[in-house]
Ligand binder design. Structure first.
Ligand code: TA6
Length: 303
């Protein structure tokens, strides 16, 4: 048995013989769908998400580079759009590879890796980028699927002589059945920047007790533990681990913000989603000419 691929000029899909699948839109190299063997969707995608390249995809896993949010007092990136230009550029599909290994429960388990590229010379580069971020760079983004997990990894290479500063984040929209039964653990004692409390943004997560979501939540954590776990109704659902990404953003827009986001639909869809976003966003990553920044997330299915 082998992996089934499909590719057209807008997206690439891969399906394992056991039924798990992933779909990636070339626009933004945005993972749109990740299904388990039973066909259950693990990511949330807005019903009003634009998939035609007219704006960043609302949902799935948008790639954030070279800036998270906006950085008005950072000369190199202050004129870039929110979350940078990677998610609004057309990436090139570089190819696929499969490997077989004794992984997890299944002997001889298949793993499939899809590679995508975006460079400063690419025709698909969002035009605002070249205009306002004049660095020579090359991005390789890999999406790796096996029965247990989905890994997304990025290598950002500086092809110029001058160093550049960047931030990297994978803006993952996890799908949940009911946000009110969700608990997030692995953040104990973690300092975080609370973007909902401008008056008092610097906080620390208590030593015990899970994070629960019952209002707009927008926090940039620096976890002290390796894994963040999402449970629903007391049952573990997702474990998120990181390589070289020291931050995790937890976001849910809740009622009012969802109402105000044009491409967020249905408006009560915030009850079925939770953004857990691994990134290197607490500080600027300075990449010397010829060097690269690498980071990855792995989302493991626990049920
Ligand atoms: O990751 C959280 C966040 O920075 C929120 O502040 C909110 O702006 C969200 O990203 C969505 O941003 P977007 O530009 O995709 O609407």
């Amino acid at each position: 048995a082998s992996v089934t691929f499909s590719e057209d000029n807008s997206r690439v899909t891969a399906e394992l013989p056991t039924g798990e699948s992933v779909e990636v839109l070339l626009y933004g190299a945005t993972v749109l769908s990740w299904k388990d063997a039973a066909g259950d969707e693990k990511l949330w995608l807005s019903e009003a998400a634009k998939l035609d390249g007219s704006r960043a995809v609302r949902g799935g896993i948008p790639v954030v580079f070279p800036v998270f949010g906006t950085a008005p007092d950072h000369p190199q990136t202050k004129s870039l759009p929110q979350h940078g230009f990677a998610r609004t550029s057309r990436w090139e599909f570089l190819g696929k590879s499969t490997s077989e290994s004794m992984v997890g429960r299944a002997a001889n388990e298949l793993t499939v890796k899809l590679d995508f590229g975006l460079s400063s010379a690419a025709p698909g580069l969002d035009p605002t980028a070249a205009a306002s971020w004049p660095f020579k760079f090359n991005l390789i983004y890999s999406v790796t699927l096996n029965r247990e997990s989905l890994t997304t990894s990025i290598v950002a290479t500086n092809d110029g002589a001058a160093p550049f500063d960047c931030q990297v984040l994978m803006h993952t929209y996890l799908r949940v059945k009911d946000i009110t039964t969700v608990e997030i653990t692995g953040l104990a004692n973690a300092p975080y920047h609370d973007k909902v409390d401008a008056a008092n943004p610097s906080k620390t997560q208590p030593a015990s007790g899970p994070l629960t979501i019952s209002a707009e939540t927008d926090r940039v954590y620096t976890p002290v533990e390796d894994a963040v776990t999402v449970t629903e109704g007391g049952k573990p659902k997702f474990r998120v681990t990181r390589d070289n990404l020291s931050n995790v953003v937890v976001w849910n827009p809740w009622t009012e913000k969802a109402q105000g986001i044009a491409d967020f639909a249905p408006k009560d869809g915030f009850r079925q989603m939770l953004c857990v976003e691994p990134g290197a966003v607490g500080a600027w990553q300075s990449v010397e000419g010829g060097d690269a920044f690498e980071g990855a997330q792995t989302i493991t299915l626990l049920d």
